[in-house]
Design a protein around this ligand. Structure first.
Ligand code: PLP
Length: 360
């Protein structure tokens, strides 16, 4: 019996998709072998990657002047790959709103001139910067944001006012596909797969074509967006199994009604947990400003941290796992990606209410 897995990532995947993977593992569509065992150059796998890209384009409404790349190295490699490909000897702006954008900002400093356009670290990353706090360079090579901070539970619902001509680069690792996004507002979107897409090892980059020719000369070929785009993400062997599984997830999302339907489901799930926190009279607390509370990652603390271990033990008894908060924030964190069911969320809310009633 499967548990309710609230892990921040690698994270839960839809049981239906995993069952299909199991059924196809040894013999994919009568090929007599599984996806992991077949050549990435053969017509079977070529069909798989093309279908995955077409489905992702349809789901996200990706315009024709954007390339979709299936890469490796996780979102963390993108922290380096982005400046290598986009800086072009200029400077770039970073908005730091939590641990992940801070890491991206730090890593980019190896490659050239990067500016801190704003940071909310002084507010313990519990809010987004206001417009008047942004010091944006109108000549920046790009402006980098993390649109969902997985650790701090801060989500960007409104984008900053980006200076005309400056490409917006977004780390969407932990909320891509959770709701419709207007891809045309971004120069580059990237996301590691293991939060809301599929298995770790795959990272998806969506890049506007005019940004493809700016890589520094020392950029390795497998890290060069233009080279990877020219080769259909197959300059070398791509992460075939991850691409196949991602493709099944895209089909599953389409069958559920696409991203508008996911947004409805995700806001309903998040609302139940935030409401339970608000109704607890301070027993549970989420420190993030209401307007930017994440629908994917809900961190919360117990007023009395001595009760943390008991809460987690009772969670385990109820088959709820992955709720321990990130060490930098403490307390709990419920990651409720697309694949987390409403049933799982209700089981968590039941525990929260029941636990508070007994221990308050
Ligand atoms: C998980 C995560 C990362 C890092 O992903 P890796 O695949 O471990 O490199 C980066 N950014 C965000 C927002 C994340 O949630």
């Amino acid at each position: 019996m499967r548990i309710h897995n609230f892990s921040a990532g690698p994270a839960t995947l839809p049981a239906q998709v995993l069952e299909q993977v199991r059924d196809e593992l040894l013999d994919w569509h009568g090929a007599g072998m599984g996806i992991m065992e077949m050549s990435h150059r053969g017509k079977d796998f070529t069909g798989v990657i093309q279908q995955a890209e077409a489905d992702l384009r349809e789901l996200m409404g990706i315009p024709g002047n954007y390339k979709v790349l299936f890469l490796q190295g996780g979102a963390t490699l993108q922290f380096a790959q982005i400046p290598m490909n986009l800086l072009g000897g200029r400077s770039a702006d970073y908005i730091v709103t939590g641990s992940w954008s801070k890491k991206a900002y730090k890593e980019a400093q190896r490659f050239g001139d990067v500016r801190l356009a704003a940071t909310t670290e002084a507010a313990a990353f519990t809010r987004l910067p206001r417009g008047d706090e942004l010091k944006l360079d109108p000549h920046a090579a790009y402006l980098h944001v993390c649109t969902n901070e997985t650790i701090h539970g801060v989500e960007m619902f409104d984008l900053p006012d980006v200076p005309e001509g400056v490409p917006l680069v977004a780390d969407m690792s932990s909320h891509i596909l959770s709701r419709p996004m207007d891809v045309s507002r971004y120069g580059l979107i990237y996301a590691g797969a293991q939060k809301n897409i599929g298995p770790a090892g795959l990272v998806i980059v969506i890049i506007r074509e005019d940004l493809l020719d700016k890589a520094s000369a020392m950029t390795p070929s497998v890290m060069n967006y233009a080279t990877m785009a020219e080769n259909g993400s197959m300059l070398n062997t791509p992460p075939t199994f991850g691409i196949y599984l991602a493709g099944l997830i895209f089909q599953n999302l389409k069958a559920q009604g696409g991203l508008a339907a996911m947004e409805q489901a995700n806001s309903a799930k998040a609302k139940r947990i935030y409401d339970a926190i608000e109704a607890s009279g301070g027993f549970y607390r989420n420190p993030v400003e209401r307007s930017c509370r994440s629908r994917m990652n809900v961190p919360f603390t117990l007023a009395n941290p001595a009760l943390d271990a008991g809460f987690l033990a009772e969670a385990a008894e109820r088959r709820l796992s992955g709720l321990k908060g990130h060490k930098s924030v403490g307390g709990m964190r419920a990651s409720i990606y697309n694949a987390m069911t409403l049933e799982g969320v209700d089981a968590l809310v039941d525990l929260m209410q029941d636990f508070a009633a007994r221990k308050a």
